[in-house]
Design a protein around this ligand. Sequence first.
Ligand code: PMP
Length: 360
Amino acid sequence: MSRVYNFSPGPSMLPMPVLERVRDELFDWEGTGCSVMEVSHRGKPFVDLACKAEAQLRALVGIPDDYRVLFLAGGAQTQFAAVPMNLAGNGELVSYVNTGSWSTKAIEEARKHCPVHVVASSEAEGFSCIPLREAWDVRDDAAYLHYTPNETIGGVEFHWVPDVGDVPLVADLSSTILSRPIDVSRHGLIYAGAQKNAGIAGVTIVIVHDSLLGRADARTPTTLHYGAQVKQDSMANTPATFAWYVMALVLEWISEQGGVAAMAKRNAAQAQRLYSYIDASTFYTNPVRGSDRSLMNVTFVLPTSELDQPFLAAAQDAGLSGLKGHRSVGGMRASIYNAMPDEGIDRLLEIMEAFENANS
Ligand code: PMP
């Protein structure tokens, strides 16, 4: 067997013990004589798994009792539509901070449902920083204010939770949930696709405060309607059972590793090693403002784009995959989610150094 260190932005690397458990349980899950993919989502074994996953997520993230937890389908981009449909059901004004590709997409989707006010944008800076809070034009009459704590493509991250007064704060935590502690109580709603830090594609975590239920547009499809899904324990339709199961295993693995605090410590150390190397080098550069650099997606560019393909080929030869930056920004991106072992960083640094020496 030959496994690479996979730096993909998502779907991304899974912890080896999780893959091993999936393999071991594939033909006979929990003594059912079936795989988890073949049992009813309404049967006791699966319902028990669902309850356990919610309890584990609540414990890991520290979700207060007055929040509901949903596990929905459709990925984070479906939430780009579900959020305005559920929270601004009467077409109220909604606010967004634009920090890059994902917030831009969220804004475009919201515009289909209601008027959007962009409170701040770093577009003029090439999305290389988080706009300073003092410069935001926050409107008190907005139904919510949406931000993207980590821009997976640009590698820009909020290292603070914005204070927006009484306006409910909505966060797309797709690429940072479970990677570091987050104060849920400062938010009205949090959503995140699972395929980076929490499992595989197919399940999306939604954490919503009780006070925000009951604001939905009546035309919201039942499967996207938070209130309806709360009533039916996220099973208004047949859920993505396998994705849910893998997420439950990943949550268990995070707990065994020491929880989110332990993840955060390791993630920060790994990112620090990469940024320190990049900053000390005259060959690689990272375009993001120092205070706003992502701990999950470390981007770097080589002196010329002609070196991109040779770099990627050298990395692949050394057992490193998924380093190509997003097509919209180019360069390289090392996505170092929870499952990335320290050895992956060691190997990446070795390759970066060898390539720099050979090409400068
Ligand atoms: N938001 C962020 C921050 C993301 O990183 C991604 C996926 N990379 C998405 C939204 C979209 O997720 P999905 O493809 O699951 O809809």
